[in-house]
Design a protein around this ligand. Structure first.
Ligand SMILES: NC(=O)c1ccc[n+]([C@@H]2O[C@H](COP(=O)([O-])OP(=O)(O)OC[C@H]3O[C@@H](n4cnc5c(N)ncnc54)[C@H](OP(=O)(O)O)[C@@H]3O)[C@@H](O)[C@H]2O)c1
Length: 397
């Protein structure tokens, strides 16, 4: 009987859902491993993947009841150490991506794949941030080329690593551009990079995430307050607005279609905000389509105003000079790169942030809370349309 229970436990493990095996009357305090105890899991949704197995739970229960005394004698407590998680962070060569890569790698519990377009810049950034060498790998990814995205996925798979968390973080912001520029595939650059590149990446890597046996696997797409017109920042013109998406349907190529999603004239600041709406809609559409079956947590976040990052590199010098003190002393919305990195790392790994379909924000006391998205950024019909048009544009449909 003991053997049969042990083999049941092992078969649960093979299903990839269980990290702990042991006697049935084990104390919760006894189960801590690498700082994550079963009691922690029980407090959070971590209990879900551990206790919810894909094999017949009824059969296990009846065996457990019938064989409890024998198990106590024969089966020693086997604690399986939680392996190091593997997280891919796009755009980890600066700003939020770099800070979160450091926060995660510094814990020693994560190996960070820094998915970056400039290998040398990323290597220098990792070194100067002091990220432990053994906890990161840089892999080339240029989100403005669909070929590069596919190549990255191939390279990642060849590395033999499991994928436990994907963070879609990279972005470009071109507020002063007078004319649109385009990706290798002919899409307007902001939406092409921030949304379509990430859309293809996350759709392809979803298969890898599904196969992960990590207790909490997650797909995170960084959003922004600026795409949410229900906030003060989101009402600063030009406001995000996807309209009827005629530009997106036309391929955003500026030739036989507008480079803007709504079909209007090019506006770099609006294109960025529109791309962020697409990011937040995509996260929710992933949640609706896949959360229940895969138990993957899909989440987005607004990390706060990190006014010092490279995101503002294309802005006029006066803006770059005044924006950080303005955010620090006037709006008081300023967040340091280090603090923002901790926030994103929280969404990656905190056992209490496993709820799916959520857009996280932080209050004045730096505590996370589920924020409300604007009407457009939570529009179910628009999310479905963005998904369907995007999969055609990136060659998935
Ligand atoms: N800063 C803020 O206040 C703020 C607020 C809300 C949300 N966010 C969001 O936070 C995220 C990170 O922004 P950030 O402020 O940290 O800006 P950042 O310092 O400029 O970082 C952006 C990253 O994206 C990378 N990137 C740009 N184009 C790429 C491409 N084609 N392929 C691969 N990587 C590419 C950049 O690489 P290079 O280093 O090679 O340029 C860089 O690593 C973005 O999603 C942004 O929307 C920022």
């Amino acid at each position: 009987m003991a053997t049969s229970l042990l083999s049941s436990a092992l078969s649960i493990h093979k299903e990839g859902s269980l990290y702990w095996q042991g006697k049935s009357n084990v104390s919760l305090k006894d189960t801590s491993f690498l700082g994550v105890s079963l009691s922690d899991h029980r407090k959070s949704d971590f209990s879900k993947p551990i206790l919810k197995t894909k094999i017949s739970v009824g059969a296990i229960k009846s065996q457990a009841v019938a064989t409890t005394p024998a198990i106590n004698r024969a089966a020693p407590v086997v604690k399986k150490t939680l392996r190091k998680g593997c997280v891919v962070v796009t755009g980890a060569s600066s700003g939020l991506g770099l800070a979160s890569a450091k926060a995660l790698a510094d814990t020693g519990k994560w190996h960070v794949i820094m998915a970056c377009r400039d290998f040398l810049k990323a290597e220098r950034a990792a070194k100067s941030a002091g990220i432990p060498k053994e906890n990161y790998t840089i892999m080339h990814l240029d989100l403005s080329s669909l070929d590069s995205v596919r190549q990255f996925v191939d390279n990642f798979r060849r590395s033999g690593r499991a994928l436990d968390v994907l963070v879609c973080n990279a972005a470009v912001y071109l507020p002063t551009a007078r004319e649109p520029t385009f990706t290798a595939d002919g899409f307007e650059l902001s939406v092409g990079t921030n949304h379509l590149g990430h859309f293809l990446l996350s759709r392809l890597l979803l298969e890898d995430l599904k196969q992960s046996d990590y207790p909490s696997k997650r797909l995170i797409i960084v959003g922004s307050i600026t795409g949410n017109t229900n906030t003060l920042a989101g009402t600063v013109p030009p406001k995000a607005n996807l309209g009827d998406m005629r530009g997106l349907q036309g391929g955003l190529n500026g030739l036989n279609s507008s480079p803007m999603i709504d079909g209007g004239n090019f506006d770099g600041a609006k294109a960025y905000k529109d791309s962020k709406v697409c990011n937040m809609l995509t996260m929710q559409e992933f949640h609706r389509r896949y959360h229940e079956d895969t138990e993957i947590t899909f989440a987005s976040l607004y990390p706060g105003c990190i006014a010092t990052t490279g995101l503002f590199r294309e802005h006029i010098p006066l803006f770059r000079l005044l924006f950080p003190p303005f955010q620090k002393y006037v709006t008081k919305g300023f967040v340091s790169e280090e603090e923002s990195g901790k926030r994103l790392a929280q969404v990656v790994s905190d056992p209490s942030l496993t709820k799916s379909g959520v857009y996280w924000s932080w209050n004045k006391d730096a505590a996370s809370f589920e924020n409300q998205l604007s009407q457009e950024a939570s529009d179910v019909e628009k999310a479905r349309k963005v998904w369907e048009v995007s999969e055609k544009l990136v060659g998935l449909a």
